[in-house]
Design a protein around this ligand. Sequence first.
Ligand SMILES: [Zn+2]
Ligand SMILES: [Zn+2]
Length: 276
Amino acid sequence: MKALVYNGPRNVSVENVPDPKIEQPTDVMVRITATNICGSDLHMYEGRTDIEPGRVLGHENLGEVVEVGEAVVRIKKGDMVCLPFNIGCGFCKNCDKGFTALCLTVNPGMAGAAYGFADMGPFNGGQAEFLRVPFGDFNCLRLPPDAREKETDYVMVADIFPTGWHATVLAGLKPGNSCAIYGAGPVGLMAAYSAVLRGATKVFSVDRHPDRLALAEKIGAIPIDDSKGSPVEQILAQTGGEGADVGCECVGYQAHDPQGRESSATSFTWARPSPR
Ligand SMILES: [Zn+2]
Ligand SMILES: [Zn+2]
C-alpha cells in the first residue's frame, strides 16, 4: 500500500510499504477514506520527538472496515468507522474508569497508545491506504448512514472536536457561563464551538489571525484580536470588569509572545486573569 512515511526531521514521503495484516483476533482492518494532518504531527515532523524513521504517521482516521478478526463481534465488514486517536483495550483498570488515553494493555510497559505517534507504542498511523485497528470492537466508532457524504465532518471526531470539547469540560463550563478561549487554531475553534453547544452565554476567542477570528465569529464566539491590545483588558471590558467565568488554554506548548519568542507559559499567563 501507499503510506506517508517519516524519514527524519522535516522529511516525510509517500512510499510503498507492506500492507498491514490482522495480527490478533480482536483486530479490525480499515481502508482509510479520510484522515487529518494534526498539529501534533508537526512535533514529529519538526524533529521534536524521538519517533523512529520508517513509521507511518496519522492518528486522525476514518474509513471502511474491510476485514475483521475472528473475535470481533460488534464491528462488521462494510461499516464506516471513525478511529479516535488513543488506542484502548476497553477492559483494563484505566479504561474501565474512562481513562482510555492511559490504557495499560495495548502498549505493555507504558500507559497509553496511539496510531503513528512518538512514544505511544509501535502502531502505524492512518495517513495510508489501510490501518490495523487493535481491539476493533472498542476502538471503532460506527458511523451513521450519512458517513460517506459527511466523512470530512465525522473525521473531526477522531481527535480535534473531542479535544476541544474536553477543554470546556476541564474548565468546568456550565450552561450560562461566559468562557475565554485562548487560541483559535483547530483545538481552540472546536473548544469555542463546544462552549456554544454547551450553553455558554459569551465565548471569547483570542487570536490574531484574521481568518481564524472570522471562523470564531462564524461559530458564535466573540473574536478578541490580541494584536490590538491586551486580550485580558478586552475581555474585562466586555464583562463589566469581572472577566469570564471560565477559561480554556488552547494554544499549546509552542505558544509565543507577540514578538515571536517561544514561551509556553504566555497564553496560560494571559488566560489566568481572564476568567474570574
Ligand atoms: Zn491529532
Ligand atoms: Zn485499557
